[in-house]
Design a protein around this ligand. Structure first.
Ligand code: HEC
Ligand code: HEC
Length: 211
């Protein structure tokens, strides 16, 4: 009984202070971002370039850490079931491949602490598509996710959002075929979406203010 109570207290404390192993230093992260030229691609987030790149500024630190770790993991080549999360991109795999855990934490802290920019300042007032109701639970109202592992969608690059949703739908529908991105939670969310719904959702979230 006492042991269980101690575990419970420990769990609550960890939850409140954030788990160790993720903390980073923004100043060191800024230097690393320069060294590894992260912005040579990510500065194009506001452009309709192909392939579309995501904005990183103001994103949840924990989510960024998770993504960098997922990119770094060697992708399993065998067919069969997916792990909980898998992601692969020929451009991002290279910069992520040799990052240490500390470097990842520092880079994520730097980008998370940056103030988001872009269209987001002049957010367009548009009505949420009906399908967005289902997303709100995790991604928050207007894409302002309150949870550290769930990405903020507000103000994100529209082309990037479309691409991610299509990747995740593709892997959800073809579990045997390894695809660019899979996430167990998101698979159930995107499975039934049509192309038009994906575009409408991506348009809606991309036009929300990130602040
Ligand atoms: C050669 C271009 C390029 C460089 C350099 C690059 N990135 Fe990326 N990055 C991309 C692209 C493209 C994507 C989107 C991949 C996809 O479609 O899944 C991406 C995605 C990401 C994501 C996922 C964001 C999200 O919302 O899920 C993170 C985090 C990230 N990059 C961080 C970094 C960091 C940190 C560096 C420097 C160490 C870096 N990138 C360097 C092109 C690049
Ligand atoms: C039950 C929680 C949950 C719900 C509901 C949910 N998502 Fe997600 N979503 C997640 C998680 C967790 C991730 C991060 C996946 C990862 O770590 O790879 C994610 C990732 C995403 C991403 C990738 C963002 C990026 O920066 O790369 C997009 C886009 C997205 N969700 C859109 C949606 C949309 C649109 C809906 C509604 C149709 C939705 N989600 C519903 C949990 C959820």
């Amino acid at each position: 009984m006492i042991v269980r109570a101690i575990f419970k207290i420990l769990f609550v404390v960890l939850f409140l202070v954030g788990s160790p192993g993720y903390a980073g230093d923004a100043a060191i992260g800024a230097k690393l971002a320069e060294k590894y030229k992260c912005m040579s691609c990510h500065a194009r987030a506001s452009k309709r370039s192909f392939p579309p790149v995501p904005y990183l500024a103001g994103q949840h630190q924990r989510y960024l850490v998770n993504q960098l770790r997922i990119f770094r993991t060697e992708q399993p080549k065998s067919s069969g079931g997916y792990k909980i999360a898998e992601r692969h991109n020929h451009l991002m795999d290279v910069p992520a491949a040799n990052l240490s855990n500390d470097e990842i934490n520092n880079l994520a802290t730097y980008f998370a602490n940056e103030v988001c920019t872009s269209v987001r300042k002049n957010a367009v007032k548009i009505e949420a598509p009906k399908t967005a109701k289902a997303c709100e639970f995790c991604h928050g109202e207007k894409g302002h996710s309150p949870f550290i592992s769930y990405p903020k969608l507000a103000g994100q690059n529209m082309g990037y959002l479309i691409k991610q949703l299509k990747f995740m739908r593709g892997s959800a529908k073809n579990p045997g075929k390894k695809n660019d991105r899979f996430h167990r939670t998101m698979a159930a969310q995107v499975f039934g979406l049509t192309d038009a719904e994906i575009v409408a959702l991506s348009y809606y979230y991309s036009k929300q203010s990130c602040r």
